[in-house]
Design a protein around this ligand. Structure first.
Ligand code: GLN
Length: 483
């Protein structure tokens, strides 16, 4: 049962082949038996899950079931969950229980979903490897000596190990797409503003966006149908109508114009990944797409621009963790300054402190123009490069990451080499565009992802192209040995 996709499980629930209670128990049993190998969950919520499953079965018996009723889900541990710890991977929030649900969590609840638990992540979503989690690194099910990627590494590992059919993630600079690529699953970061950020612990508010992580594009569409939509509680949420993301999955992609940025197929890229992506492009050509080379000249500038803007916003967002309102508080502070200083010294890990220092520095009166303003100018140029490209093509395609999953510990002492792993993902967040990672092969037994980039609010097209690709390939169906 655990190898089935979300779509297949929805059909099994609808036909009565399985009940939500049976399904939920099967996943809870798998988590209990196997997650010590992957450390993909920070918290499991079996009582809540079984109560929600029972309610889902009752709703179905009463003829009130929707598509999502009774389907299990795991939430990245930065989505606030009423009455259940929301740690954000940090000691600072180890004891934090939110008094309310994030909009995304509330929407899944309202749709009848069953919450299995909260997944591991880099502390405050800062990282590309999950190693900055206070709860220890999550491990890649394809090779447990390797990272699952980050920051939504726990969600990716849990889906790859089939401990849940689906999980939520968030993506500030690649945190849905990169772990999806490294774990051989499918993930989509929607357009900025498509999914509400309300109740999602903030990292960099102008870049953060929640989205689905699952086995296939078809499954991601089911999830996005639940997640997307205007929310008056998020002032940056879009009022634009939501499409039915499942409706266009089977449309032909004949005539689709795909652009491949020459800067993506560059020296930064592992040649074996380049081969897999080229093979993926060939499949799309067979389906009738036309492919041409394009240029996104400011690609390399996305790293310095992002690593000023994201820490700048983070330094401001994380100032709320001061030992007064919620989360960790140091013992016996001798005065207010001591309370702030020791609370933050004890509560935050090294990477978070590094970002707060960089961000605070970049925002200092004397340096603001030199760093923050410059980075914002580059951000605009990056957006203009994309818009120019979308005058010529319908969709942009390239690799998701320059390398497959690296070894745990390999990049720990070299933050800049870790930041370089984000080279193909960051620019979308700077521009606010939607992007998706789709499994397109393996390199030495490790999964590789192909990135599809769409114009604003073009999620339905991304999902359509990915689904068509997944009708003629089976990379998304492959699992780590023994799963
Ligand atoms: N790796 C990037 C960072 O550390 C992106 C993380 C994310 O998308 N949350 O900032």
């Amino acid at each position: 049962m655990h190898t089935k996709s979300l779509t297949e499980l929805a059909a099994d629930l609808a036909s009565g082949a399985v009940s939500s209670t049976e399904l939920t128990q099967a996943y809870l049993d798998r988590i209990a038996a196997l997650d010590s190998q992957y450390n993909s969950f920070i918290t499991t919520t079996p009582e809540i899950a079984l109560a929600q499953a029972k309610a889902a079965d009752e709703a179905r018996a009463a003829g009130q079931a929707g598509t999502y009723t009774g389907l299990p889900i795991a939430h990245k541990d930065l989505f606030c969950t009423e009455g259940v710890r929301t740690s954000c991977g940090s000691k600072m929030l180890d004891n934090f229980e939110s008094p309310y649900d994030a909009t995304v969590v509330a929407k899944f609840k309202a749709a009848g979903a069953v919450m299995l638990g909260k997944t591991n992540m880099d502390e405050f979503a800062m990282g590309s490897s999950n190693e900055s989690s206070f709860y220890g690194a999550s491990r890649n099910p394809w090779d447990t000596n390797r990272v699952p990627g980050g920051s939504s590494g726990g969600s990716a590992a849990a889906v790859a190990a089939r401990l849940t059919p689906a999980a939520t993630g968030s993506d500030t600079g690649g945190s849905i797409r990169q772990p999806a690529a490294l774990c051989g699953i499918t993930g989509i970061k929607p357009t900025y503003g498509r999914v509400s950020r309300y109740g999602m612990v903030a990292y960099a508010s102008s870049l953060d966006q929640g989205g689905p992580m699952a086995q296939s594009a078809e499954d991601c569409a089911l999830m996005l149908n639940v997640m997307a939509g205007f929310d008056k509680m998020d002032s940056t949420s879009s009022q634009r109508d939501v499409e039915d993301y499942s409706a266009k999955l089977n449309d032909s992609i004949s005539g689709l114009r795909i652009g491949v940025p020459k800067e993506y197929m560059s020296d930064d890229l592992d040649p074996l990944i380049a081969e897999r992506v080229q093979a993926g492009i060939k499949e799309l050509e067979k389906l009738g797409a036309t492919v041409k080379e394009i240029s996104l000249p400011r690609t390399r500038m996305s790293i310095p621009a992002y690593y000023i803007i994201a820490p700048a916003e983070a330094s401001s967002n994380l100032s709320r963790f001061d030992g007064v309102r919620y989360g960790h508080r140091c013992e016996n502070p001798k005065d207010l300054m001591d309370l702030y200083t020791r609370t933050r010294k004890e509560g935050f890990g090294a990477e978070v402190k590094r970002r707060i220092m960089v961000g605070t520095y970049a925002l200092c009166a004397g340096y603001y123009d030199a760093y923050y303003n410059k980075a914002q100018q580059i951000r605009r140029l990056i957006q203009q490069d994309f818009l120019a490209a979308f005058n010529e093509v319908d969709l942009i395609l390239g690799p998701t990451t320059p390398h497959p999953a690296f070894k745990i510990g390999e990049k720990n002492n070299d933050p800049v080499s870790m930041y370089m792993e984000d080279i193909f993902t960051l620019s979308l967040n700077l521009a606010g565009l939607p992007g998706m990672s789709v499994p397109c092969g393996t390199v030495e037994g490790l999964p590789v992802g192909m990135q599809l980039i769409g114009n604003y609010f073009d999620e339905a097209r991304l999902l359509n192209v990915a689904h068509q690709f997944q009708q003629v390939t089976d990379w998304h169906k492959q699992t780590p040995a023994g799963i």
